[in-house]
Design a protein around this ligand. Structure first.
Ligand SMILES: NC(=O)c1ccc[n+]([C@@H]2O[C@H](COP(=O)([O-])OP(=O)(O)OC[C@H]3O[C@@H](n4cnc5c(N)ncnc54)[C@H](OP(=O)(O)O)[C@@H]3O)[C@@H](O)[C@H]2O)c1
Length: 343
C-alpha cells in the first residue's frame, strides 16, 4: 500500500514520516510541503536519511493520505481526495466537530467541506474502532482531548461522577507547532510556566461532545485549562470530578475499586495502560501509549485521573497510523510498538 503525507514539514507531518519508516505494511511514496518544495526530505530533516523522497507541492497517487495541514487548509486539500476515493486521516481539527456551526464558531473560519462532516469518524481509536475500520475519512482527535477523553470515559460509563469536571492539562511546546511565534520562543518558554485560553480553548467542544454521548442523560460541564511547560513533547492531564454518592466504597476500598473498573475498561488494549503509580510524560516520550492513573481524594470524595501521552504520537501521528491500520485492514498496532525513549 502506498501512503502520502500532505504538509510533511510541520511537527505532526514529520513525526508521521518517522513512524511510517518503521511500518511493515505500507510505503511512504509522496510527501508535500510549501516552503521546502523541491528539496529532498533528508536535506531538510537529516534524521530521515533513509527516506530520500522529494518534497513536492502536490500529492502523488496513493491509497491513503494523511493531512497534517493547519485547519481550513486541510479540509480544502482533503475534500477532493475523499471524493476521488482516496482514504484520508486528517490530523487537523476540520472534521472533529460534527456540527458545522460549532466548528465555525470555535475556529472562526468557514468550513471548506461541510458535506463531509456527516461521514467523518472521530478517530479516538479505542472508542470508535468499528466505525474507523469501515470509513474513508477519519478526523484524528486533538492531543489534549485524547488524554482527557481516555482518562474520563471509564468514569462516565460506570456512572461514577457528577457532570462538573475539571481538566487541568500541561503541554510541551511542540504542541504549538513548528511555525515561529513570540509565545513559543526559547527565552519566553524556558524556566516559565503559563496558563492560556482561559476564555475557552478550541479543544473543549471535542471533550464535551465525546463525553456527553457516553451515557444517556449525562450533560458534562467541563472546565478545561491548558498550560505551556518548558519541555519539547508530552501532555499530562489531571482530571477532577466529584464522585456520585455511593458510587464507590469509602476509603482505600474505593481507590482499589476505581482502579479495578479502569483496568477492566481498558483490558486488552495495546496502547492504553492503567498504571499503579502516577505516570510521567517521559514514560510516553516518542511512543503511542496513553498511561492512566485513577484514584480518589478520600477527604473530598473527588475522583482524580492522571492521563499522560506524547502529543506528537498518541496525540497526533501515532494515533493517525493506528487509525490507518484499521482502515487498511492491518493489525492495529503495526509499526507502533517502539518503547518510549528514556531518560
Ligand atoms: N503539534 C501537535 O502536537 C499536534 C497535535 C495534534 C494535531 N495537530 C494538528 O496537526 C496540524 C499540523 O500541526 P503542526 O503542529 O505539525 O504544525 P506546524 O509544525 O506549525 O506546521 C505548520 C507548517 O504548515 C505549513 N503551512 C502553514 N499554513 C499552511 C497553509 N495554509 N497551506 C499549506 N501549508 C501551510 C508551514 O510550512 P510552509 O510555510 O513551508 O508551507 C508550517 O511550517 C494542525 O492542524 C494541528 O492542529 C498538531
Amino acid at each position: 500500500m502506498k501512503v502520502g503525507i500532505i504538509n510533511v514539514t510541520g511537527y505532526a507531518g514529520i513525526e508521521l514520516a518517522r513512524l511510517l519508516l518503521q511500518h511493515p505494511h505500507v510505503t511512504l511514496t509522496s510527501v508535500t510541503g510549501r516552503g521546502e518544495a523541491g528539496k529532498r526530505l533528508p536535506d531538510v530533516f537529516p534524521h530521515l536519511y533513509r527516506l530520500p523522497l522529494e518534497i513536492t507541492p502536490e500529492l502523488g497517487t496513493v491509497d491513503l493520505a494523511f493531512s497534517a495541514l493547519p485547519h481550513k487548509a486541510s479540509a480544502e486539500a482533503v475534500a477532493p481526495l475523499v471524493r476521488q476515493g482516496v482514504k484520508v486521516v486528517d490530523i487537523s481539527a476540520d472534521f472533529r466537530l460534527p456540527d458545522v456551526q460549532e466548528y465555525e464558531q470555535w475556529y472562526g473560519v468557514k468550513h471548506a467541506a461541510p458535506e463531509l462532516l456527516k461521514e467523518a469518524v472521530y478517530g479516538l481509536t479505542e472508542l470508535h474502532r468499528q466505525k474507523i475500520g469501515k470509513c474513508r475519512l477519519v478526523a484524528n482527535p486533538g492531543c489534549y482531548p485524547t488524554s482527557a477523553i481516555l482518562g474520563l470515559t471509564p468514569a462516565v460509563d460506570n456512572g461514577l461522577i457528577e457532570p462538573d469536571i475539571i481538566v487541568d492539562s500541561k503541554s510541551g511546546v511542540s504542541g504549538a507547532g513548528r511555525a515561529l511565534s513570540i509565545g513559543t520562543h526559547y527565552s519566553e518558554v524556558n524556566e516559565n510556566l503559563s496558563a492560556y485560553s482561559l476564555g475557552g480553548h478550541r479543544h473543549l467542544p471535542e471533550i464535551v461532545n465525546e463525553l456527553k454521548v457516553r451515557k444517556a442523560g449525562f450533560q458534562p460541564r467541563v472546565t478545561f485549562l491548558p498550560h505551556l511547560v518548558p519541555m519539547t513533547r508530552g501532555i499530562l492531564s489531571s482530571c477532577y470530578a466529584t464522585l456520585k454518592p455511593g458510587a464507590l466504597p469509602e476509603g482505600k476500598k474505593g481507590i482499589q475499586e476505581v482502579q479495578r473498573l479502569y483496568g477492566d475498561f481498558y483490558k486488552g488494549e495495546t496502547f492504553v495502560r492503567v498504571t499503579e503509580a502516577p505516570p510521567e510524560t517521559k514514560h510516553t516520550w516518542g511512543n503511542n501509549l496513553c498511561l492512566i492513573y485513577p484514584t480518589v481524594d478520600v477527604r473530598t470524595n473527588r475522583l482524580i485521573v492522571i492521563s499522560c501521552i506524547d502529543n506528537l504520537v498518541k496525540g497526533a501521528a501515532g494515533q493517525a497510523i493506528q487509525n490507518m491500520n484499521l482502515m487498511l485492514g492491518f493489525p492495529e498496532a503495526a509499526g507502533l510498538q517502539a518503547a518510549a525513549v528514556y531518560p
